[in-house]
Design a binder for this molecule. Structure first.
Ligand code: ZN
Length: 284
């Protein structure tokens, strides 16, 4: 599932490739994937891309915007003089398009932007630009790790004191943008066992956790997240972008980079969770 760093990467890439171009044509190949009248975007120029949490906003001329949620399997693939693909990593990054997973096609002046979504949980929604910030999803977003004050987060942890810390930091109303990968990585960075009760974190622990979340998410953005560049290695074989920054996520059975002991996979709050039982301590 594309997480916040992936959506940030998509935003940066599409700001390079698609802005200042007119939308010549929109084709909706799956009704469920497009909310609102698609004809209103035709003829408008793309002004720029913004991001709020995992929602991508495409601002168009004429005070119209598109909100794109990628959800589980969404991808945005730009096909012009060069190709730029990002989102849920799959063979679609390099495949011929449109294909059976293509849901919406935007024909621009210098190329085509494809919205692909295998599971169809994602969508593109048209709305007036002035209503973007009033949108229910965006209005309810908590601060992202870069904006959050550790003191405020500490307070929120006290209100959910009996829940495992991992479940609390995954809650988008507590802190926005931390998905499963970054929760595991941030907790490893902070040396905290994900089963620790949220109320047992000190302010110092909270600061360390926020610092970890910022570090791992920035590292992911810097490595290009799940883009075509990281998906296809130089030798043409498929690469796993997690290799570029993940210390515990999907590394069960492999040695911890800090202590050499084996990374383990457990379940916390119903989610597959990766820990080093030696480096991460349960706070009591
Ligand atoms: Zn370790």
């Amino acid at each position: 599932m594309p997480e916040l760093p992936e959506v940030e990467t998509i935003k940066r890439g599409l700001n390079n490739f698609c802005v200042h171009q007119k939308i010549k044509k929109v084709m909706v190949l799956c009704d469920k994937s497009f909310v609102g009248p698609c004809e209103v975007v035709k003829g408008h120029e793309i002004v720029g891309f913004r991001r709020y949490g995992k929602a991508l906003i495409v601002d168009l001329s004429g005070a119209v915007s598109l909100m794109i949620h990628l959800r589980m399997t969404g991808q945005l693939i730009w096909d012009g003089t060069e190709r730029y693909a990002a989102g849920h990593p799959s063979d679609n990054f390099t495949a011929e398009l449109p294909n059976k997973q293509t849901r919406v096609v935007f024909e621009l002046e210098n190329g085509t932007l494809y919205f692909n979504d295998q599971r169809k949980f994602g969508f593109v929604k048209v709305l007036p630009t002035e209503e973007v910030l009033k949108d229910k999803f965006i209005a309810s977003l908590a601060p992202e790790p870069w904006q959050t004050k550790p003191e405020d987060l500490y307070e929120k942890f006290q209100r959910r004191k009996n829940s495992p810390i991992k479940a609390v930091i995954l809650d988008q109303k507590v802190i926005a943008g931390i998905g499963n990968i970054y929760a595991d990585e941030a907790l490893f960075y902070a040396g905290i066992d994900p089963r620790t009760r949220a109320g047992n974190l000190s302010l110092k622990d909270t600061k360390k956790l926020v610092e970890g979340a910022c570090k791992v998410m920035s590292a992911s953005i810097d490595s290009g997240g799940s883009t075509m560049a990281t998906y296809v290695k130089a030798d043409g074989t498929k690469g796993d972008y997690l290799e570029l920054f993940a210390k515990v996520f999907r590394r069960e059975g492999q040695p911890c980079t800090k202590c050499g002991r084996e990374i383990q996979k457990i379940r916390v709050a119903g989610r597959g969770t990766h820990i080093c039982p030696h480096c991460q301590k349960e706070l009591v």
